[in-house]
Each structure stands twice: as structure tokens, then as C-alpha cells.
Design a protein around this ligand. Structure first.
Ligand code: ASN
Ligand code: ZN
Ligand code: CA
Length: 325
């Protein structure tokens, strides 16, 4: 810990001129520099127009009487802490960017999204979905879209888009596992277990452990995710085609991560999470499955050694979904 803090101080001092004198002086006296470590939550009161939403909670302000506001606030805080403590990343842009969440967006809106700048959450229609701030992994999923945009910038269609989605699911489950101190074999590996209404008969939106098996009922049909390249779903690169199936084919890299993490054992964020994050940072907008898989193998070798158990686990993970590294 001391070594990390001292390394962080060295980095801080050597980048002092780049970051500007004022910001650095603020850091040195323990004050938050502009935007550093801050969160805001805005209440849209059913509007879809973000400028209509008003401030409901800010970093040093009191808790709100509104449950969604507090859940969003706490979820942003946990996710930011995870990125800082586990991956040494300072917020979405790695420069302490303020985190903004908008809640109660629209009327019975069945989704949540990152719009390129902020995170937005609907209330759900009360029939299929309830409040989208209810699952920490959903909040971490949306925030991670921001991290991806600021790192690899994976294009949101076809395989690069499915990797973009998968990275959000991977970090989504890791933030939840980290907050609950669960080992890989203790965790449920579900995204959105708490955003379905109780009567709907669905475990969750997606499962990294069992893509294609998160739900199967009359109202929703069957979870369409494949867990192997032989079942890759070709869809048009249109809105109706989910931009080439970005939320569908993400099941393939999701399963590869799950198998890798289980092979390694222990806390999934410590080794598997580190390998995937460093691979995201080494990827580009057009990276596809094979290239990403190869990168995770190379990173595992760099971080844990050529032919290490960790590197073999990565190979096993991709092998299980039909990708040879
Ligand atoms: N919940 C979805 C996501 O974050 C929203 C979308 O596809 N725009 O991937
Ligand atoms: Zn997403
Ligand atoms: Ca559930």
C-alpha cells in the first residue's frame, strides 16, 4: 500500500507541469482538484429531456428521500472506488472526471444507458422491469461504457461492439463481486438480477456463467446469447439488429472471462480482471474477438509469466468458446 501510494505521489509530481500548477497544489494539500472525486445525481421526474432534470444529490450533500437517487449515488461511488483501488484508474477518464447519473428518465422506461457523457436510468415499466438503479452491476456496466470510450473506444457494432458490451458486463459483475467480497465460485455472475419484477420468472438480464440461460419464459422468450463461436448470431448492423448483435454475441467473450476466472480461482478482479482491463487499454476501436483474445494471452504472459498458470487459464477460457490463442 505504501509502495503504491509513493508511486502515485511520484507520478503526481512528475506529471505536475502537465496537469497545471493549481490542480497539483490542491492535491498536495489534500483538497479535491476540480472534478476530482465528485458525483452528482439528477432527477428527471419522468422527462426524457436531460436539461429538464434537476440536481437531487451531490458529493457532500445529504442523502435524498428518493431511493433511486441514493442507489445511483452509492453505485457510482462503489464503481469509482473499484476502479481506483483495484485497477488504479482515476474515474472514467483517469483524470478524476465527475460522475453524473440521471434517474427517473422517461415514463416506465425499460433501459439504462451511457450517452457519451453521463449515465441515465429508467424506472422500468413495473411489469417486466423495475428501477434500473437497483442492480450495482447495471450501474457499473453503464459507467464502464465511459471507461471503454476513453480507452480502446471499441466501435459499437458487430464484434468490436460485442467486446464493448462484454467489457461492461465483466466490470459490472466484478464491481458487485468486489463489493460483496465474493470469490469466483461464490458469485452468481448475473447482470441485472435485481431489475426484473419478482413475478417475471427471470434470473437476470444476462449470465456470464451460462449465456443463453438467464431467462426463458412466455413474456420474454429465451435468452438469445450464444456461449460459443459456432453459435455466433449474424444480425444486421441496424438498431433493430442490435448493431450486429452487440448484446447477444457478448455472451461469447463473457463466457471466456468466466471460465478464465474460475480456472484461476479466488477473487476474479485480482488476476482475470487485471488481464482484461490491461487488454482493453491495449485495444483499439476496431479490435475483434480473435485480436482481443490474443491480447489477453500476451498480457497474461507479461503480467504473470510465459506458461504461467494464469496464462494457461486464459487459453482455456478462449478455447472453451472456440477461439484459439
Ligand atoms: N442498457 C444498454 C447498454 O448499456 C443500453 C443500450 O444498448 N444503449 O448496453
Ligand atoms: Zn451496454
Ligand atoms: Ca431476479
Amino acid at each position: 500500500d505504501a509502495a503504491i501510494r509513493s508511486a502515485a505521489m511520484t507520478t503526481l509530481l512528475t506529471t505536475a507541469r502537465l496537469r497545471g500548477e493549481r490542480e497539483v497544489r490542491a492535491s498536495l494539500v489534500g483538497l479535491a482538484a476540480p472534478g476530482q472525486g465528485r458525483r452528482t445525481v439528477l432527477d428527471c421526474r419522468n422527462s426524457t429531456f436531460l436539461p429538464m432534470c434537476s440536481l437531487a444529490r451531490s458529493e457532500d450533500g445529504p442523502a435524498s428521500p428518493d431511493r433511486s437517487v441514493n442507489q445511483a449515488f452509492d453505485g457510482l461511488g462503489s464503481t469509482r472506488q473499484f476502479y481506483q483501488d483495484v485497477l488504479q484508474r482515476n474515474s472514467i477518464d483517469d483524470r478524476g472526471m465527475r460522475l453524473d447519473a440521471y434517474v427517473h428518465r422517461g415514463v416506465r422506461y425499460n433501459n439504462a444507458f451511457w450517452n457519451g457523457q453521463v449515465m441515465v436510468f429508467g424506472d422500468g415499466d413495473g411489469v417486466v422491469f423495475t428501477d434500473f438503479t437497483a442492480s450495482l452491476d447495471v450501474i457499473a456496466h453503464e459507467l464502464t461504457h465511459g471507461v471503454t470510450e476513453h480507452t480502446a473506444g471499441l466501435d459499437y457494432h458487430n464484434q468490436s461492439g460485442a467486446l464493448n458490451e462484454s467489457m461492461s458486463d465483466v466490470m459490472g459483475v466484478l464491481v458487485k463481486q468486489w463489493s460483496l467480497r465474493q470469490t469466483a465460485d461464490q458469485a452468481d455472475w448475473l447482470i441485472g438480477a435485481d431489475i426484473f419484477t419478482p413475478g417475471i420468472g427471470a434470473d437476470a438480464l444476462r449470465s456470464l456463467k451460462a449465456p443463453g440461460q438467464a431467462y426463458d419464459n412466455d413474456l420474454l422468450g429465451k435468452d438469445p446469447q450464444p456461449a460459443h463461436m459456432r453459435d455466433y448470431v449474424e444480425l444486421p448492423d441496424t438498431e433493430e439488429g442490435d448493431n450486429g448483435g452487440v448484446h447477444i454475441n457478448s455472451g461469447i467473450p463473457n463466457k471466456a472471462f468466466y471460465v478464465t476466472a474460475l480456472e484461476i480461482g479466488g477473487y476474479a478482479w485480482e488476476v482475470a480482471g487485471r488481464i482484461w482491463y490491461e487488454s482493453l487499454r491495449a485495444s483499439t476501436a476496431t479490435t475483434e474477438f480473435q485480436e482481443f483474445a490474443d491480447t489477453t494471452f500476451v498480457k497474461a504472459g507479461e503480467l504473470y509469466g510465459i506458461d504461467s498458470a494464469e496464462q494457461k487459464a486464459v487459453q482455456t477460457g478462449w478455447d472453451g468458446v472456440g477461439i484459439t490463442v
